[in-house]
Design a protein around this ligand. Structure first.
Ligand SMILES: Nc1ncnc2c1ncn2[C@@H]1O[C@H](COP(=O)(O)OP(=O)(O)OP(=O)(O)O)[C@@H](O)[C@H]1O
Length: 301
């Protein structure tokens, strides 16, 4: 078992998949280490689902290699190391919610207690309902419970909050915090930037079937230089300000100048050095949304 402890939770090496003429995933390399919470962020059709389905062995790649904990996906899953919550979902057949989770628990070597799972995922209140009559949000919670019941080391979630309202999302992420605190590895696909920013410690941006950025949310924001410096600085020409290293654009609003920066730290040192009269200085961080739009609107492939 030591190999499963040291091997990355997910390893994708030059993995590619086409559907006819559509190159859904184009040679992706991705290592996810134990304990990481990774958001796979991309617009519709970016290749997120195909990537996760290949990681779980549900879709066979045309080329490249996939291992989970150093094992072929089917073996890692058979050992109960992996829980998945996918768009296709758990078949919700004619059972009560509680019965379904009990049946799922019986498939795993070391399941978590059913009561604990029902509480954690917010399913306890409707555990006696038939699975065929659930609302979209309830069905999503049941899928989450089914993914967690085997007490997996790796949790793979494809757009986990897609069917949830604002309260449902909040509850979902509250439950996830407990899972993350248990040092599990979590990978979730989303096109919700706020979720990636708030809940992942690493964001992998995918577009057109390729990974186009990979880093912490702050690193992703920094790669596209979206920080802004505002300062009161009268009597200085904008043409002079754009010559400051790290400044890419300058605008004036009365006494205030607004500078868009590719490197706000460097720009700030030089500005303070040059202009001792600068006052009311503010550095405003770019949002992940700005970074994402900038990254995904570039030409790729
Ligand atoms: N079974 C399939 N048959 C044909 N084309 C497919 C199939 N699955 C995916 N594709 C195509 O592959 C590309 C990537 O799709 P994928 O579902 O992986 O993207 P995604 O990032 O998960 O998108 P979404 O956010 O809309 O779920 C898309 O162009 C999609 O239309």
């Amino acid at each position: 078992m030591t190999d499963t402890e040291v091997a990355p939770s997910i390893s994708l090496a030059r993995v590619a998949k086409s559907y006819g003429a559509v190159r859904a995933v184009r040679g992706v390399d991705l290592l996810v280490e134990a304990g990481e919470t990774v958001a796979l962020l991309g617009p519709n059709g970016a290749g997120k689902t195909t990537t996760l389905d290949m990681a779980l062995g549900l879709v066979r790649p045309d080329s490249g290699q996939v291992t989970l904990f150093g094992l072929p996906p089917s073996r890692a899953i058979a050992r109960g190391l992996v829980g998945g919550m996918l768009q296709t979902g758990v078949p919700l057949d004619y059972l009560r919610v509680r019965e379904l989770i009990e049946v799922m628990a019986s498939f795993y070597p070391t399941p978590r207690p059913t009561n604990e799972i029902l509480e954690l995922t917010g399913c306890a209140t409707f555990q006696g309902q038939m699975t065929t009559g659930l609302s979209g949000g309830q069905a999503q919670r049941v899928r989450f419970a089914a993914a967690l019941v085997g007490d997996p080391e790796l949790l793979v979630l494809d757009e986990p909050t897609a069917a949830l309202d604002v309260d449902g999302r909040r509850e979902f992420w509250r439950a996830m915090r407990d899972v993350v605190a248990e040092q599990k590895t979590v990978v979730f696909a989303t096109h919700n930037l706020e979720e990636a920013d708030s809940h992942a410690d690493r964001v992998v941006v995918i577009n057109g079937g390729s990974i186009i950025a990979d880093g912490t949310p702050s690193q992703i924001k920094a790669t596209v230089g979206t920080k802004t410096i505002r300062m009161a600085l009268p009597d200085i020409d904008l043409s002079e300000l754009v010559t400051v290293a790290g400044v890419v654009n300058a605008q004036r609003h009365g006494l205030t100048v607004v500078l868009t920066c590719s490197d706000s730290d460097r720009a700030l040192y030089e500005l303070l050095d040059r202009y001792r009269s600068a006052r009311d200085i503010e550095v405003i961080g770019g949002t992940l949304e700005e970074a994402f739009v900038a990254l995904t609107s570039e030409e790729h492939g």
